[in-house]
Design a protein around this ligand. Structure first.
Ligand code: FAD
Length: 465
């Protein structure tokens, strides 16, 4: 337990993953701090990652995506929770934040000794004509999804356009497709899942199309066309070669996010990549008594050692805990992230960790990639499925720099082996011989992870780097 004689009031901005982790950890390590969480929305403690499954109906009841009610934090953890309290400004000199209550004209000041900012990210903004039509939706928080579900049940749409072919766009497309809505995904880049190598994203592309979802790559939404009531009825698309118009009953914009730090713009808090709050390993901002965690903060990339932006729930939870403990008097370090991610779209698990080939080469590594397809478990046992793996290796040090995978089973958890190997700076020779478990219904004698690294060692023998 830390004694906080010098500071009494801890304020946390944001009542979800990072914010509640910060407030809870601060309480675990300090019994005498006054801890208050200010949340701009109506809801706290929700599983953002489960939102697409509520759209499709896999999660039937919205209540199921909430982890803990306000009363849990207030009664069990003695943390004050103020919902509908939006922080609109900070006076770093006076150590006060300005808060707008209930979207009214009422503004209040709250003083702090220590502040933890965990206000997440917001969707990338676009100046596309018509983007403010009433049936254009984002997929970022509970309110967004409740609005979308309400619109779907009232309007019974039959066609939708999803802007963005990243994981959120595809999860949204899959959810709408499951509801019987004809979906077209429009992606500006020349492939969906653009951070993935082509051999992985192509497999996903084919499967998504097979499931009945249209994909238009290399294509941008130039305008969203509305009827007289302000409802979007079509989108105009432009590609390198042609322009076309596509009818639609709704549009979902999932074209990426940016750290939600606009309200800090007239403070001296330093921002970094993607407008995220630049933090030290102890998650302190450029103001020593102000910490930041989660999607609004930079993350140290363990491989490159540089500041990065890696907005995942797993990072937010850990960063929140460390920022909360340090704000309460602790001295912990967040080691950073190797960017471990997984998704499940169209029945395929995708996963990625570390650098792709382009980034690895840009960072100056003597990088090469190698791919292979293997059975997820012994082929004699029914249900064995192909897993395609690509790894990125630094030929000079023989260290693993990145790995990507796609397949029906055994992908998401296998990427965690690669995440551990990268974190431990293992060479491919050691991962080739790593003692991984085997039983016929679970894996193969040489696990796919061993196999692809074995293939890389052969490649290194063959090629002169
Ligand atoms: C649809 C979807 C699916 C996802 N799936 C996955 C997944 O499968 N795996 C994964 O690792 N990650 C996933 N993510 C990302 C993950 O949800 C985020 O990384 C995580 O929620 C970040 O936590 P956070 O606390 O930093 O931000 P948030 O969870 O966004 O919380 C920030 C909170 O701050 C509040 N706030 C914002 N501004 C203010 C203000 N000015 N004053 C007061 N309060 C404010 C917001 O209302 C919000 O409640 C997904 C995200 C989305 C949108």
């Amino acid at each position: 337990m830390y004694k906080s004689s010098l500071y009494k009031n801890l304020l946390v901005i944001g009542g979800n993953v990072a914010g509640l982790a910060a407030a809870s950890q601060a309480r675990r390590v300090s019994s005498d701090l006054n801890i208050t969480v200010l949340e701009s929305g109506k809801f706290i403690s929700y599983g953002t990652c489960a939102l697409p499954y509520y759209i499709s109906g896999i999660v039937k009841n919205i209540d199921d995506i909430f982890a803990y009610p306000v009363s849990f934090f207030e009664e069990k953890r003695k943390i004050k929770i103020l919902t509908n309290h939006k922080v609109v400004g900070i006076d770093l000199f006076k150590k006060e934040i300005l808060v707008n209550v209930n979207s009214s004209s009422e503004n209040k000041f709250f003083g702090y000794d220590r502040l933890v900012i965990c206000c997440g990210a917001i969707p990338m903004q676009h100046n596309i004509p018509g983007i403010n039509a009433k049936n254009v939706f984002h997929l970022r928080n509970v309110e967004d999804v409740l609005n979308l579900k309400k619109y779907i049940s009232l309007s019974d749409p039959s066609k939708a356009v999803v802007m963005g072919g990243g994981s959120i766009g595809l999860l949204a497309a899959e959810a709408l497709n499951k509801l019987g809505i004809k979906v077209a995904v429009v992606e500006k880049a020349d492939k969906i899942f653009r951070d993935f190598e082509n051999e992985i994203s192509t497999i996903l592309h084919k499967k998504v199309k097979l499931d009945g979802i249209e994909i238009h790559i290399g294509c941008s939404v130039a305008s969203i066309n509305q009827d007289r009531t302000g409802k979007a009825i079509s989108v105009s698309l432009s590609t390198k070669d042609e322009n076309m118009t596509m009818d639609t009953d709704l549009v979902i914009v999932s074209t990426g996010i940016i750290a939600n730090t606009e309200f800090l713009s007239d403070t001296s808090i330093e921002l970094g990549i993607n407008k995220a709050i630049k933090v030290t390993p102890k998650l302190q901002s450029s103001q020593l008594n102000v910490y930041a965690a989660g999607d609004c903060a930079t993350v140290k990339n363990i491989i490159t050692g540089k500041d990065d932006y890696i907005p995942t729930a797993n990072n937010a939870a850990k960063m929140g805990r460390i920022a909360g403990e340090n704000a309460a008097g602790g001295d912990l370090v967040f080691p950073g992230s190797v960017g471990t991610k997984t998704d499940k779209v169209s029945g395929l698990e995708t996963a990625k960790v570390g650098l792709n080939l382009k980034d690895a080469s840009e960072f100056g590594y003597n990088a090469f990639k190698i791919s292979g397809s293997y059975y997820s478990h012994a082929s004699a046992i029914p249900g064995a499925e192909t897993i395609t793996i690509t790894i990125i290796v630094d030929a000079s040090s023989r260290k693993l720099l990145g790995a990507q995978m796609i397949g029906k089973e055994g992908v998401g958890k296998r990427i965690d082996i690669f995440a551990s190997a990268i974190t431990g700076e293992m060479k491919i020779d050691d991962i080739y011989m790593l003692d991984l478990s085997y039983a016929p219904p679970v894996s193969t004698v040489w696990d796919p992870v061993n196999k692809i690294c074995g293939k890389a060692t052969l490649e290194l023998k063959k090629r002169k780097f």
